[in-house]
Design a binder for this molecule. Structure first.
Ligand SMILES: [Zn+2]
Length: 313
């Protein structure tokens, strides 16, 4: 049921438009005891339920109801962001991986302009600048932007997707050659509005790269509702095939879908299955002795992330 203070129903499936859905996973309020667990990304630390539905027409999984925009700060508290960053906070290794994926697609573009949406501390655009891109990042969490600026990165802004036209003006550009969204697309609360704008700011041949978890993965197949990636911050749960349909709606063709092959996931299945069992035991524990635990510490997953590279048609 909807908690009318915090939540709002999602009107329709973003892939096929259908309003028909059935409940796939439902978690009652206080599924994690707030005196035992830290739960801000699960339920904003509030007395709210979490429901994941499946579209009856196309099968797409999404959260409904979702948190209202005015309460998102409960899911994303600024207090957990470190004000002073060190190199260890910046995932430059992962940034280099993404840059190498992008390079073959942009070799023809001189001084390509890029925006990393939901950039956190800006590690990707920082590294892209060293590789000849005019790279920028935006994040809606002001604490991330302040921390990154103190670290010395200037090209990061406390903007939302709807502020992108402002960013283009600032850099004297009229289109965005490359958009990256690393672990971000699954968090969107207004994906249709965001992608309509994004698509209007990219031209034929421009690139969109996104990394997200996928539901046709070993981890989701094995662990279902206890899968690590299910929580209230995650509104959209794509599969390898329906993410293609989503991008196609906005004029993109996915050229590559990269993920770690299944057999590698099989090497961690035993350790993850043990976590699953531990988690099942600890959610029934109501003892508040000692420090509070992160609710997802023992929620299991395998290598369940994919990276898609799409080209604007
Ligand atoms: Zn659908």
């Amino acid at each position: 049921m909807i908690n009318n203070t915090y939540q709002i129903k999602v009107e329709n499936c973003i892939i096929c438009g259908s309003k028909e859905r059935k409940i796939r996973h439902h978690f009652p309020a206080n599924r994690y005891n707030h005196s035992v667990f830290i739960t801000h990304s699960w339920d904003g630390g509030m007395d709210v339920e979490l429901t994941i539905v499946a579209c009856k027409s196309c099968g797409f999984l999404y959260q409904s109801p979702i948190f209202k925009d005015e309460w998102l700060s409960l899911l994303y508290p600024t207090s957990i962001i470190s004000g002073k960053l060190s190199v260890a906070d910046m995932d430059f290794g992962r940034a280099d991986y993404f840059i190498n994926l992008l390079k073959p697609y942009v070799s023809e573009i001189d001084n390509p302009f890029s925006v990393d949406l939901g950039t956190r501390y800006g590690a990707l655009p920082m590294r892209m600048r060293e590789n000849g891109f005019e790279a920028t990042g935006i994040d809606f969490n002001p604490a991330c932007v302040d921390a990154s600026r103190s670290f010395g990165f200037e090209h990061i802004y406390n903007y939302s997707t709807q502020d992108l036209p402002k960013l283009l003006k600032l850099y004297n550009r009229d289109s965005i050659n490359i958009i990256t969204m690393i672990d971000v697309i699954e968090h969107l609360t207004k994906p249709e509005q965001d992608f309509t704008l994004i698509s209007s700011l990219q031209r034929k041949g421009d690139i969109f790269m996104a990394t997200t978890m996928f539901t046709d993965s070993l981890g989701y197949m094995l662990f279902g509702k206890e899968w690590y990636y299910i929580h209230a911050q995650h509104t959209l749960y794509f599969s390898k095939s329906n993410i293609k349909d989503f991008f196609a709606k906005y004029g993109y063709e996915i050229k590559e879908t990269l993920y770690i092959p299944l057999y590698k996931s099989s090497t961690i299945v035993v350790q993850e299955a043990l976590k699953y069992l531990k988690h099942k035991t600890e959610i029934n524990s109501h003892s508040s002795k000692g420090e509070k635990k992160w609710f997802a510490k023992n929620r299991p997953h395998c290598f369940d992330l994919m990276t898609v590279i799409a080209v604007k048609k």
